[in-house]
Design a protein around this ligand. Structure first.
Ligand code: AMP
Length: 427
């Protein structure tokens, strides 16, 4: 048997309904907030991520699915959506062609990570991006959209954390202060932190190694190094969130793992709750970030575009699906089953089956089951709400029989108005 590749997974009937629910809510919300859907290729030039995601990130250094294609070109299965969104924005001059450059996309991403619950090698993200807007209100709008997604999905005990990492002008001062505060403690930190200290000291805050934590806890905070305009911007974001009534907490550790972030960063965490408080988020365990994002004011220019700011977030669909309330039930569409009495009833049954489907009604017929008994059994298995029995004396009289599958009640209706009668019975 050939099995699926480690870290990838099939989404099967029985699970897909929850996925479709999450995607439906995401599409509806994005449209309600005035965002346009965009679909970019899964495969891109490797350099897009090297430049966009950043050479020093774990993603680019360790996790990319990159290879040389048959034409000799270095290509990559996208590990995240933002660089592709920026590329498309610049390449198609969306600034000019769209009324507002507010975009969203849903699709698979690929990272060669160590698989565990909530962490996969092929996973899916909803990605939301806004280009060209500086006002802190847009930061708050994007966060509001993310927060509404989580709450509309019924996910309880979610927590919004925010931070500001400053801009190209003030961040270097913070990075220098970090290194200075580390001083002689630097050699005591893990190998990854030693590397981070050389490439991007802020990301020492991403460290999860327990022995490093007492040292990291003593380090300075980015918000204390913001210049005036970054501080004003951050105050604006917080004020707008308060106006929207969205609860937030500042986390000094939230620097996020990518190089391009400026000013606002945020995450929504699915709370890791105790088993007996009825929360479903506990199942996420260590991988408790449902979504994350922030501002990236230099990225569009870095990727060869005009000097335009950007802000966005990516939500992991696997984690949203895992965090859905357990009690959530998603009813399948009401379905009719058509059953034929004997071979004589078949042509008329087939005709009615097609009429139902053309009339917008979900309907099946179990072709392999011949006896009426066997067909009724199948109708039960596929959870049909109504079965229409076609053939025999009723058909000779110009009628068919409708059977309510939960009560067992049966009654005859004229063949000519059967579609409407079934539509009513399913409503
Ligand atoms: P990132 O693009 O790393 O900022 O991640 C944004 C969101 O994508 C995270 O909060 C997760 O929900 C999700 N995510 C990231 N990496 C993975 C992964 N390997 N497997 C599943 N979900 C992931």
């Amino acid at each position: 048997m050939i099995t699926a590749i480690r870290g990838t997974h099939d989404i099967l009937p029985g699970q897909i309904e929850r996925w479709q629910f999450v995607e439906r809510v995401a599409h509806q919300l994005c449209e309600r907030y005035g965002y346009h859907e965009i679909r970019t290729p899964i495969i891109e030039r490797e350099e897009l991520f090297a430049k966009g995601t950043g050479e020093t990130t774990d993603i680019v250094q360790k996790e990319m699915y990159s290879f040389t294609d048959k034409g000799g070109e270095r290509v990559t299965l996208r590990p995240e959506a933002t660089p592709s969104m920026v590329r498309a924005y610049v390449e198609h001059n969306l600034e000019q062609t769209l009324p507002s450059a507010k975009l969203y996309a849903i699709g698979p991403m690929f990272r060669y990570e160590r698989p565990q619950k909530g962490r996969y090698r092929q996973f899916h993200q909803l990605d939301v991006e806004v280009f060209g807007l500086n006002d802190p209100a847009i930061d708050a709008e994007v966060i509001d959209l993310a927060w509404s997604l989580v709450t509309d999905l019924g996910i309880k005990r979610a927590e919004l954390v925010i931070n500001s990492v400053g801009c190209a002008a003030c961040r270097p001062k913070f990075a220098a202060a970090l290194l200075e505060a580390l001083g002689t403690d630097l050699p005591k930190l893990c190998q990854d932190c030693q590397r981070r200290a050389r490439t991007n000291p802020l990301r020492i805050y991403d460290c999860k190694v327990p022995a490093d934590q007492p040292i990291i806890d003593r380090l300075p905070h980015s918000v204390d190094f913001l210049d005036e305009s970054c501080a004003t911007h951050f105050a604006g974001v917080k004020a707008h969130l308060d106006t929207f009534g969205i609860p937030w907490r500042v986390s000094h550790r939230l620097v996020r793992g990518l190089d391009y972030y400026t000013r606002t960063t945020f995450e929504i965490l699915g709370a890791v709750a105790s088993a007996d408080d009825g929360s479903d988020a506990e199942s996420l365990g260590a991988q408790n970030a449902l979504l994350g994002g922030g501002r990236y004011d230099g990225l569009v220019k870095d990727l060869g575009g005009p000097d335009r700011p950007g802000i966005g977030f990516a939500a992991g669909l696997e984690r949203l699906v895992l965090a859905l309330p357990q009690e959530l039930t998603i009813d399948p569409p009401a379905m009719a089953c058509v059953a034929a009495i004997g071979d004589d009833g078949r042509p008329e049954a087939l005709k009615l089956l097609r009429e139902l489907r053309r009339g917008g009604i979900a309907a099946v017929m179990e072709f392999e089951a011949r006896s009426l008994r066997a067909q009724m059994k199948r109708a039960d298995r596929v959870k049909a709400r109504v079965t229409v029995i076609v053939g025999g004396d009723e058909l000779a009289r110009g009628e068919v029989t409708l059977r309510n599958m939960s009560t067992g009640d049966q009654h005859a209706v004229p063949r000519a108005s059967a579609v409407e009668a079934i539509r009513k019975a399913l409503a």
